[in-house]
Design a binder for this molecule. Structure first.
Ligand SMILES: C[S@@+](CC[C@H](N)C(=O)[O-])C[C@H]1O[C@@H](n2cnc3c(N)ncnc32)[C@H](O)[C@@H]1O
Length: 253
């Protein structure tokens, strides 16, 4: 299946490797435990089986495994899974790591909680593929299991959107980001330029941006019920002050 698919930006391992220090600074790992406190207080899963879909370097998987959850971490990027394996070894945590595309991973009625954290949803050119990911998640959940998705919502992006921005990263690298909205406010295209020691590397990628309503509708189409939206991991409303778009929905019993 995957070999017949056209290659998209997220299939480029170099993208994840080169951007690793920018996407996953130490601070992101340090904040993970508080994030998982937030997730668990918002969704209270019925059991211990967790799927961390697009687990990347495993920060959520490892934290949950240390709390006694039985975690499967799935990701397509070997470089990131290697980081995850090293992190788990250091933390003394046991996690099942699987290198697979999120469109292909499905294990019927296996999990109490499926997590999709830090904008790991909405990557595909063919938007129907997002729906098949939601259907896979639905199938992989046990009855009364919960799906938790956290990403940058369209309403938030519209509020903070800047066509260009620039900052100096902690290691002195200059970051220049250029973004444009296209496809009638359904997608954003980004160009990120990192300049270090006088050398510039450019990365371009694009993804779908979901409004709260659009994400909830799609989850309901996939079969989820009681889909609730939140604006942060404290459980505040998805309103004008939202920091992230969080959607949590249940598989019926
Ligand atoms: C922004 S990172 C988030 C990582 C992790 N969820 C976290 O919270 O730290 C997005 C992740 O999605 C993974 N990814 C991208 N496209 C994928 C696909 N088609 N199937 C599986 N994983 C994918 C990347 O390898 C990367 O680890």
């Amino acid at each position: 299946m995957s070999s017949r698919r056209k290659k998209e930006w997220f299939d480029n391992d170099k993208f994840w490797r080169d951007l690793y220090p920018f996407m996953f600074p130490e601070k992101r790992f340090q904040e993970t435990s508080a994030e998982m406190d937030g997730v668990l207080s918002l969704v209270k899963p019925n059991g211990k089986a967790v799927l961390d879909l697009c687990c990347g370097p495993g920060r959520c998987s490892i934290d949950l495994a240390k709390r006694g959850f039985k975690v499967t971490g799935v990701d397509r990027t070997k470089f990131l899974l290697d980081k995850a394996k090293t992190g788990a070894r250091k933390a003394g945590a046991t996690v099942e790591w699987i290198e697979m595309d999120m469109r292909d991973f499905v294990r019927p009625e296996r999990y109490d909680l499926v997590l999709s954290m830090f904008h790991s949803f909405g990557y595909f050119d063919d938007k129907r593929e997002d729906m098949s990911v939601l259907r896979n998640i639905f199938a992989s959940l046990k009855p009364r299991g919960v799906c938790f998705i956290e990403l940058m919502g369209k309403e938030i992006l519209a509020k903070i959107f800047q066509p260009t921005r620039s900052e100096i990263l902690p290691d002195g690298t200059r970051f220049i980001g250029r973004s444009e909205i296209f496809d009638e406010w359904t997608r954003v295209r980004n160009e990120w330029i990192l300049v270090k020691n006088g050398r510039a590397k450019t990365f371009t990628f694009h993804h779908t941006v979901y409004s709260g309503r659009e994400l909830r509708d799609r989850m309901e189409q996939a079969g989820f019920i009681n889909v609730k939206l939140f604006g942060n991991l404290n459980g505040d409303a998805y309103g004008v002050d939202a920091e992230r778009l969080i959607a949590a929905g249940h598989k019926p019993s």
